[in-house]
Design a protein around this ligand. Structure first.
Ligand code: GLU
Ligand code: ZN
Length: 499
């Protein structure tokens, strides 16, 4: 056994990988890992490999694979080698690389780095319990390391199918984590581990480092949950190097945990970790990526809103913090709002597109009025937090009648509101509709006539015209809706108040 891992040569170009398993929907933790690998590759003008780790037929799905690629594209996280773009190390889906794994397992066994283990689950459990009771390390005890031919024959005659285990070297494994610094693992804590199931299916523990070696990966950046597999993989790398199947052992950096509500680890099952949720709510890809980059990294002490290009220019894996990061939805929304403000007005109007159509928009497509949309969009751009809020903010323009929100009615329509609305209708009827300022004067004057300040006077007008107490600036909204329709809506409200 080689005594130390062969380090990455200084002149090899940086090659990182993002290697998701296609199970379930893309989640926040996964995207954070993809983003850090992408930014690291782009910062160093390196190569990002996308590899699909679909060796678990029971859990992997084609829908999930498609959703992953679609999400990466939506986020603008492009890859240099992998599915759909190709590259020098195909195929990039592990389900298509089974022959390679079988060959590697054969060679590891021949060289004595791996062996068949016939222990049953019950036997393993019993020995683990006994070791625990005796205060000894409770991992796999090496029982099958040196089986004789007769023992193997006996197990086979009993109908047992073996798993394949990797033989860990009897030494401390030390490496310098790019985020956490030097880490050491003693052999009693890293027992021989399974690399092939009894049914012949190779495991993550094997296929992930075998492919990293085959694809010349120089840096492995992944979540802290995988830290315990790193000493095993380093030992496997040494064996692969000895067999001529790896050129060097990559550097490893483990990204901090992301904590959710109640300081619990954010799990991929938590609803707030679903990427689709953010996409459907109308987060901008730039806004979401900006926020996710702050989960373990920071741009500078006094700035937390920046573009992808700015992130790339500054990203250094050595600046990633080892402490758990907290997922803060309010902060994510605030950052997204900032990115909405930063959009060029035409890009904002365009980005709202999906929420101005079915299934989000409640109006008939033919009632959509492009000129009215273009006129109102600038007022929305300075106010929205997420793009999906646009629908409720502009529906009053495209619905034949406002979508009356009953809570808003109850709040705004008080005793005397009918009198106020009558006066407002009269003053608005006489106003100059080419100026929002003039419309404001009209409502102000109506309020004065009833002893009401502007805020109190405009609430019933707003609810009458838009159906809600909150929305875009009222006088600009009235102007865009137009004189006839606005006055007709006040009439309609008066009729409703008259019961
Ligand atoms: N397929 C593994 C996962 O999604 C990759 C882990 C790694 O980056 O090594 O958890
Ligand atoms: Zn065994």
């Amino acid at each position: 056994m080689a005594s130390a891992p062969t380090p990455v040569p200084a002149d090899s170009g940086i090659r990182v990988r993002f290697c998701p398993s296609p199970t379930g929907n893309p989640h926040v933790g996964l995207v954070r890992t993809a983003l850090f690998n992408w930014a690291f590759a782009r910062h160093h003008q390196g190569t990002l490999v996308l590899r699909i780790e679909d060796t678990d037929a029971a859990r992997d799905s084609e829908e999930s694979y498609t959703a992953l690629l679609d999400s990466l594209r939506w986020l603008g996280l492009d890859w240099d080698e992998g599915p759909e773009v190709g590259g020098p190390h195909p195929p990039y889906r592990q389900s298509q690389r089974m022959d390679l794994y079988a060959d590697v397992v054969r060679r590891l066994k021949e060289a004595g780095h791996a062996y068949d283990c016939y222990c049953s689950t019950e036997e393993l459990d019993a020995r683990r319990e006994a070791a625990r009771a005796a205060g000894r390390p409770s991992g796999y005890d090496g029982h099958c390391r040196e089986l004789t031919a007769a023992q193997v024959a006996a197990y086979t005659a009993e109908g047992r199918s073996p798993v394949v285990r990797f033989r860990m070297p009897d030494k401390v494994i030390t490496f310098t984590d790019l985020v956490r610094g030097e880490l050491s693992f003693s052999p009693e804590n890293v027992p021989d581990y399974g690399i092939v199931r009894a049914n012949g299916a190779p495991l993550y523990t094997l296929v992930n480092p075998v492919d990293d070696a085959a694809m010349g990966i120089t840096h492995v950046l992944r979540g802290e949950d995988l830290l315990s597999s790193t000493p095993r993989q380093i030992a496997l790398y040494e064996a692969l190097t000895e067999l001529g199947l790896a050129k060097y052992t990559p550097s490893f950096g483990h990204l901090p945990y992301v904590m959710g509500e109640g300081n619990k680890k954010l799990s991929k099952r938590d609803p707030e970790s679903s990427l689709n949720l953010y996409r459907e709510r109308g987060f901008l890809p730039e806004g979401l990526l900006n926020y996710l980059s702050l989960l373990g990294w920071s741009f500078s002490a006094d700035r937390d809103v920046f573009s992808k290009d700015e992130m790339v220019a500054k990203f250094d894996i050595g600046d990633v913090n080892a402490n758990p990061a907290r997922f803060d939805l309010k902060k994510a929304e605030a950052i997204n709002a900032d990115h909405i403000r930063l959009l060029d007005p035409a890009a904002f109007a365009e980005a709202c597109g999906p929420w101005l159509q079915a299934p989000y928009a409640p109006w008939a497509p033919e009632d959509f009025d492009e000129a009215a949309w273009q006129a109102i969009a600038p007022y929305a751009q300075t106010r929205l937090t997420v793009l999906s809020d646009i629908t409720a903010n502009v529906d009053f323009l495209f619905l034949p009648e406002p979508a009356d929100d009953e809570a808003s009615w109850a709040k705004a329509m008080k005793e005397g509101s009918d009198a106020l609305l009558r006066t407002a209708r009269e003053k608005l009827g006489d106003a100059d509709w080419s100026s929002p300022e003039a419309l404001k004067e009209a409502v102000l004057a109506a309020g004065e006539a009833h002893g009401l300040k502007l805020g109190k006077a405009q609430a019933p007008v707003r609810v009458a015209v838009t159906g809600r107490t909150v929305g875009l600036p009222l006088f600009e909204s009235l102007q865009v809706l137009g004189r006839e329709r606005s006055l007709a809506r006040i009439d309609r409200a008066l009729a409703r108040l008259a019961g």
